[in-house]
Design a protein around this ligand. Structure first.
Ligand code: TRP
Ligand code: SF4
Length: 329
């Protein structure tokens, strides 16, 4: 039986952090063993909000490739490729943009959200408004059936399905309607208790050096009610505790109890956590050092992935041009 096509992308905004790892990458590691997977670096997407400063554009792509490799994504099991190296994405984006009503883009909740959240940036551009249309092209061009994404991307996936339906209705059946593969991703808060995000400056990077890792963990916010060690704590509101749930399953129950009883201090609790996170990151960082010393390996991974991606997108574009009757011989 043919394996189901699964596709997902990550923007290249710099090195990946633990939030990216547990929110997406960990899921990809499982999927690569089961499906026909296409995982790509959405470098054009990073331009939608970062077009003004492109000095680190290429360096950011490399960071992501290294982090994906270091995390265990295996180019023998899945296709890892770069969006901008397959210009079929751009052609399909253009064709789909012709049939995408403005109102669908304007009412996309992430559009309004981002406009107000990134008020310091001028993102009132054509490209930023059309972001979901580019994302639809990324997905539909592989005729993907499953798209592992976080909840923050569901609105985009809904627009993708609407565009697919509209295309199929106007020109004939070409695209399957992709479904979100929502898995129970582990939720890791950032150092300050908010969502871990580069824009909040509250992340722990996969490549974090040990001394920085230690300092960051020691600076994490805990239950503010705990001033002395004997004060009873509320682990459920503590970021350190949320980390223990992910990194220290063996001890999490006893930590919960002794925190509530005021039997452990936060400093000791953080030191314990630091040991666990450091242990978790060690093999990832070893693999990262390995690929950092082999720029050719990085190139080979992407070239292989892009070659396979191109086979698939050629096929789809032939179908699309034919269905639309825009195929000049
Ligand atoms: N928009 C996604 C994000 O910000 C990245 C992305 C671009 C993507 N194209 C995609 C994800 C296609 C899934 C499928 O995280
Ligand atoms: Fe958080 Fe641990 Fe302090 Fe409890 S003891 S508040 S779980 S850091």
């Amino acid at each position: 039986m043919k394996k189901k096509v699964v596709l997902s992308g990550t923007r290249s905004t710099g090195s990946l952090h633990l939030g990216n790892y547990f929110g997406a990458v960990e899921n990809w590691l499982n999927l690569q063993n089961k499906y026909d997977c296409y995982f790509f670096i959405a470098d054009w997407h990073s331009l939608t909000t970062g077009y003004e400063d492109t000095d680190n554009y290429i360096a950011n792509i490399k960071e992501v490739v290294m982090d994906l490799y270091a995390s265990g994504l295996d180019s023998d099991k899945c296709n890892i490729f770069l969006q901008s190296k397959n210009q079929d994405h751009a052609e399909l984006h253009l064709l789909l943009s012709m049939i995408t009503p403005l109102s669908w883009l304007e009412r996309c909740p992430t559009y309004k959200d981002q406009l107000s959240q990134l008020a310091e940036k001028d993102i009132r551009t054509y490209g930023f408004l059309g972001y979901p249309c580019l994302m639809a092209a990324d997905i539909l061009i592989y005729r993907a059936e499953g798209v592992p994404v976080g909840e923050d991307q569901l609105a985009h996936l809904e627009i993708t399905r609407e565009i697919a339906r509209r295309f199929n209705y106007m020109y004939g059946e070409v695209f399957p309607e992709p479904k979100a593969l929502l898995t129970k991703a582990k939720v890791l808060p950032g150092l300050d208790g908010r969502k871990m995000s580069k824009s909040y400056d509250n992340t722990i990077l996969l490549k974090e050096e040990d001394d920085v890792l230690r300092a960051k963990i020691m600076s994490m916010v805990t239950d503010p009610a705990r001033i002395r060690k004997t004060d009873p704590g509320h682990p459920e509101i503590c970021s350190v505790y949320a980390f223990h749930k992910v990194f220290n399953q063996a001890e999490v129950a006893s930590i919960c109890e002794s925190c509530k009883k005021g039997e452990i201090g936060c400093v000791a609790c953080k030191k314990n956590l630091y040991g666990k996170v450091s242990e978790f990151l060690r093999p990832i960082q070893e693999r990262r050092r390995e690929i950092a010393g082999k720029p050719k390996l990085m190139k080979e991974i992407l070239e292989k992935g892009n070659a396979n991606a191109k086979i698939k997108t050629d096929e789809t574009m032939t179908m699309v041009r034919k269905a639309m009757k825009v195929n000049w011989e």
